[in-house]
Design a protein around this ligand. Structure first.
Ligand code: ADP
Ligand code: ZN
Ligand code: ZN
Length: 760
């Protein structure tokens, strides 16, 4: 083979590097038989033999030679056209290398339809297509008709006027407006004024939305300044990453919309990532209002059929924009022009199982590979992103004021340490008075507490017995409506007995407030108020989140009580008071990012107040009023928070001053895991020294995780810290090959988490 390379033609590349759809650590090489030579191109699926099985794989690379002898042949080539472009493959290969993921598993991220898994089993029938009726004006008919004769048919005139405005309307949207629609349509058709046509109806997963023509506002000065920079990047072409830091209500979304419009004009596509929770909300409606069916939606609550429809609309080019939670990043969009990551600091962008990727980080990688503009937007950027903007890795843009100079809400702090009498009552007199005042004026109130259930634990004050989960190292949470005590991690449940199981005392005590209790209390104190609650317990139904918010938006409720779910994704002018029942919940977590999380959540929820013409107020109840997270959130001082937090990170050498890799060890038996963890630590340190990484990599642990047991598994973790990623990455790669680290007991396993986000 050697020496011929100067005559190399594609025909010489008779070997395919294939990632099979099995959890194998490596790609495999196969000979391409001459008959398949023409068809074997990158990105196609192939059928290959492994042992005596036939499995699907993906052609990642074509090679002239292989170090492996006696290669087997590809059996068949499945696709006419490649499923992946070269860039897609490059992106997926990056993921596989960076996160130490098996190539086949990385490919799966991009295979939304489970292609390849069941492909050779019985053919699944495709979802049935429904047709939907639309009407439009018949131009010729209209020209010959005297509209005055319609004065006696007001319904017909109304529909005709609507059609003149919109061009075409789905009949389904019209029929909601009354019974006489059908006869009006008949009349118009008979007069030759309108005609009907039918289009495929895609499953709609949200209540029907009529894409009314939402006119873009003219930009404010700040928006214009930011937009000009982004437009420059889009027009130049190539990879340009931006960090758009704008306070809540400063008009970031308007800039995203502009960016998308611009790339659409250049015939390019867009990916918009939003946190999972914002997906069924109003933010989304604004995108739909502006772009209608050019948007496809991808998220975890879609049924397989719905996802199929959306992916088809993208493939067929009807949809040029995909909007979704983190997984939408993997949708192959032709000629990608822009990627937008809204609320870039949101922890839901990190996938916490399987391949533990971070969609915001990968958005930047994808932007680089696809030569696209990337906008990361947030009111409270992550420390990493803000630091990257300061050091020039991202172009920083800022919107320091709310649109129309609306003031940020005034924040009042209630020091709970001084309220010993009221300890048992979730509401300080300040909050109660605040609510009362809003109710009188007919304004709306949001009450935030990041814990669901009635009481966070139940305890016996006589003997100290605490109801805890037998499978997890957490207390059981009391729920009134569901009746009983529940574990929020594994769903273990027990009935609440009348007496203490340990000492038979009758004085069991419910401690700690949850949203269910807040709702109950607020109803008791304000019997006239209409109260809704939004947390994971009240939003089990597919559309319940949307319905609760919708009713609140329509003014059917006065007070909305909720967890993190109510911190973002809506913009309601009637909310003039936000009450934060306990600001400290996030601060107490044993995680170096706890202060950052607390600051972000408080700022987000406070940002819901005063978005209309009326002034907003926020009341924060806390035991730690001096804590810088709380103090900075009160004064809307992102920069103040950032500087303080940065010092802390620098001192302890945490990101953005270092890179981290976590090893997570789990096992069913405590002692076996403890022994294994100790062995694991020894080996890691040995390898570290042998390979000479002592200077570059610091090793912490292994130690029991703060949640030492979850779902019946004991947990240990070990942290590797390095100033630079490269040596850290090289060391981890080496450790993954280390035979001595393979668990001997079957019930023990460990995994790698590159750039870990949560430390618990
Ligand atoms: P953010 O995404 O930063 O929270 P939004 O984009 O939701 O802010 O804007 C807040 C509100 O201001 C929205 O109701 C939006 O329609 C409105 N808005 C945004 N830009 C403008 C503008 N240039 N002129 C008038 N209203 C605007
Ligand atoms: Zn007891
Ligand atoms: Zn549990």
């Amino acid at each position: 083979m050697k020496g011929r390379s100067c005559f190399e033609t594609p025909q010489d590349k008779r070997i395919a590097e294939v990632a099979v759809d099995l959890p194998l650590p490596k790609t495999l090489h196969y000979q391409i038989p001459p008959a398949l030579q023409q068809k074997a191109t990158l990105g196609k699926r192939v059928l290959v033999p492994i042992g005596n099985r036939r499995v699907t794989g993906y052609v990642l690379n074509l090679l002239t030679e292989s170090p492996v002898e006696g290669l087997k042949e590809i059996i068949e080539i499945v696709d006419e056209a490649p499923l992946f472009s070269l860039e897609d493959l490059k992106f997926l290969q990056f993921i596989s290398t960076y996160y130490f993921a098996k190539p086949g598993n990385a490919l799966r991220l991009a295979l939304f339809e489970g292609q390849g898994r069941k492909e050779h089993g019985p053919q699944r029938s495709l979802p049935r297509i429904k047709k939907e009726r639309y009407i439009r004006i018949d131009g010729a008919g209209l020209a010959m008709f005297d509209e005055k004769t319609l004065t006696r048919a007001p319904r017909q005139a109304e529909i005709l006027n609507l059609l003149k405005e919109k061009g075409a309307i789905a009949c389904r949207a019209l029929k909601k407006q009354g019974k006489d629609i059908e006869s009006a349509l008949k009349g118009l058709t008979k007069k030759g004024l309108i005609s009907s046509y039918y289009l495929e109806r895609y499953r709609e997963h949200l209540p029907y939305h009529d894409p009314s023509f939402d006119l873009p506002p003219s930009l404010t000065l700040d928006q214009t300044r930011a937009w000009k920079k982004i437009r420059e990047g889009i027009r130049k072409g190539g990879f340009h990453p931006y960090l758009l830091h704008g306070v809540t209500g400063s008009g970031k979304t308007e800039i995203y919309l502009k960016g998308i419009e611009e790339v659409l004009q250049l015939h390019k596509g867009a990916i918009v990532l939003v946190p999972e929770i914002s997906l069924t909300s109003f933010a989304l409606e604004r995108f739909r209002a502006r772009f209608g069916r050019k948007i496809a939606l991808i998220h975890s609550r879609l049924s397989e059929g719905e996802r199929h429809d959306e992916l088809r609309r993208i493939r067929e080019g009807e949809a040029r924009i995909v909007l979704g939670a983190r997984s939408a990043l993997f949708v192959p969009i032709k000629d990608l022009g822009i990627i937008i990551v809204d609320e870039e600091h949101d922890p839901s962008y990190k996938q916490e199982e399987g391949i533990r990727y971070h969609a915001r980080d990968l958005a930047l990688v994808k932007g680089r590979i696809f030569n696209a503009v990337v906008i990361l937007g947030s009111a409270t950027p992550s420390l990493e992103s803000y630091y990257n903007a300061q050091t020039g890795k991202l172009t920083g843009l800022s919107l320091p004021e709310r649109v129309q100079k609306r003031p940020l809400p005034h924040v009042k702090v209630v020091d709970l340490r001084k309220k010993t009498v009221e300890r048992d009552d979730p509401f300080s007199s300040e909050i109660k008075e605040g609510i009362e005042e809003r109710l009188k004026k007919g304004e709306q109130v949001v009450l935030f507490l990041n814990r669901r259930g009635f009481a966070t634990s139940v305890l016996c004050p006589e003997c100290g017995y605490l109801f805890a989960c037998p499978h997890c190292s957490v207390a059981l949470v009391q729920h009134l409506k569901k009746g009983g005590l529940f574990c929020h991690y594994c769903n273990h449940q027990v009935a609440l007995p009348d007496t203490c199981p340990q000492c038979n005392s009758l004085r069991l005590k419910s401690l700690g407030w949850g949203t269910e209790r807040v709702e109950k209390e607020v109803k008791r104190i304000f019997p006239g108020a209409k109260v809704a609650r939004m947390d994971r317990d009240t939003t089990k139904g597919k559309l319940s989140y949307h319905h609760i918010l919708n009713d609140f938006a329509l003014g059917k409720q006065d007070i909305l009580v909720g967890t993190q779910m109510i911190t973002k994704g809506y913009d309601l002018p009637q909310i003039t008071l936000v009450g934060i029942i306990l600001a400290d919940t996030a601060l107490s977590l044993p995680d170096f990012r706890a202060s950052e999380r607390a600051f972000q959540v408080l700022t987000q929820v406070a940002g819901r107040a005063g978005r209309g013409d009326k002034k907003g107020e926020v009341i924060i109840q806390t035991f730690n009023p001096e804590h810088y997270s709380i103090a900075s959130a009160c004064s809307h001082d992102y920069l103040g928070f950032y500087r303080q937090e940065l010092l802390f990170r620098q001192e302890l050498n945490y990101p953005p001053f270092s890179r981290l890799v976590a090893f997570r060890l789990e096992g069913r038996e405590e002692e076996a895991l403890r022994n294994y963890a100790s062995h694991f630590g020894t080996i890691v340190r040995e390898v570290l020294e042998k390979e000479g990484y002592q200077q570059e990599v610091e090793v912490l642990g292994p130690a029991p995780a703060p949640w030492a047991k979850l779902k019946g598994r004991y947990r240990y973790q070990m942290l590797l810290k390095g100033k630079k990623l490269k040596p850290l990455h090289a060391l981890v790669g080496r450790l993954l090959q280390e035979k001595a680290l393979q668990p001997t007991g079957k019930r023990i396993r460990w995994s790698v988490d590159v750039d870990p986000l949560q430390m618990m």
